[in-house]
Write a protein that binds this ligand. Structure first.
Ligand code: DO4
Ligand code: MG
Length: 310
């Protein structure tokens, strides 16, 4: 089951669920069915856990009581404009954390870009994973909103990642797609520059939907694909599978949570297994598409940040 959040002119922010009707994906307005329960991901999880049922059951019960046609998914999947309905970031995460070097491809690419040879190869094999702070809600964007490249960086890449959404006991309540947009030259110069390579405005895209833990199938066997378009032409295409992730989610979450209380709705990016070739860099006006089986396609245009006037 795919849960979305969308903007409806005159009504505001709505929670919705994607249903397939006559081969068309339609978004049913859950907020319209029960505004109190379906106000946000948090209110939905709260209601489901107070009734000791799963999110899917909560939604299905409401749909049974109130049949409704909804809005065409493709019509909502477009850039935000106040007077037309559009998909929003599925929720505003208080914190986003990232795991790094969890796929061999990421390790290899970083060993090439870095001046600190051996650092990444060691962490790939080490007991303790790499975990870093990535973003807050205000640095995140949703579907069709621009992701940014830093004004002081020349070598940038998208990082298509399966994102875990954590509940109040750091249990996985759902999955979404994350783009851990990163500056390769800044990180490559010195690994201590990692926060600057990772954290800035528009550094993280999330969406387009949340798939519940009950609905994802096997999260360790999902196809992840990335395509980058420049002036309408495909300039990069890559694929991987979450089966190539070296560490288990339990192991990653265990390290993330050690002595580190997390707020409800923390997002944990599980690392990238797709890195474009070393001679490739994102440019302004590129379009990045990331697809994860069952979750959908997260599409974002690229903008270059302007240097701050001093
Ligand atoms: O070591 C830096 C970050 C690695 C990362 O973000 C990834 O592997 O996805
Ligand atoms: Mg990453």
């Amino acid at each position: 089951m795919r849960i979305v959040r969308f903007w409806l002119p005159g009504k505001g922010i709505r929670m919705g669920v994607v249903r397939n009707k006559n081969k068309n994906d339609m978004v049913v307005d859950l907020t319209n069915l029960n505004p109190k329960v379906f106000r946000s991901l948090q209110s939905m999880v709260r209601e489901a856990s107070s009734r000791k049922i799963g999110l899917e059951k909560l939604i299905l019960e409401s749909l049974e009581e109130n049949a409704s046609d909804g809005y065409g998914y493709d019509e909502l999947d477009r850039p935000p404009e106040a007077n037309r309905p559009y998909l929003m970031i599925p929720f505003r995460p208080p914190e986003v954390w990232g795991a790094g070097v969890t796929y061999m491809r990421s390790t290899e690419a970083r060993e090439v870009e870095t001046k600190a040879k051996g650092v990444y190869a060691k962490v790939y094999e080490a007991l303790r994973p790499e975990i870093f702070f990535k973003a807050t809600a205000r640095r995140c964007v949703g579907p069709n909103e621009p992701i940014y490249i830093r004004s002081d960086s020349r070598w940038n890449a998208p990082e298509p990642e399966l994102a875990l959404i954590l509940g109040k006991d750091s249990n996985i309540i759902g999955y979404t797609i994350g783009n851990d947009v990163s500056s390769r030259d800044i990180e490559g110069e010195n690994p201590l520059y990692l926060p600057q390579a990772k954290i800035y405005k528009g550094c993280c895209a999330l969406g387009p939907s949340i798939v519940t833990a009950e609905g994802i199938g096997d999260p360790r066997n999902l196809e992840v694909a990335c395509r980058i378009f420049r002036k309408g032409m495909l300039v990069f295409e890559g694929k991987t599978s979450t089966s190539r992730l070296k560490r288990s989610f339990d192991e990653l979450i265990d390290y993330l949570c050690r002595d580190n209380p997390l707020p409800f709705g923390t997002v944990f990016l599980t690392g990238t297994g797709i890195v474009p070739p070393d001679d490739f860099s994102l440019e302004a006006d590129d379009l990045v598409e990331i697809t994860i089986q069952g979750i959908g396609c997260l599409r974002n245009p690229v903008r270059k940040a302007r240097p701050r006037k001093v």
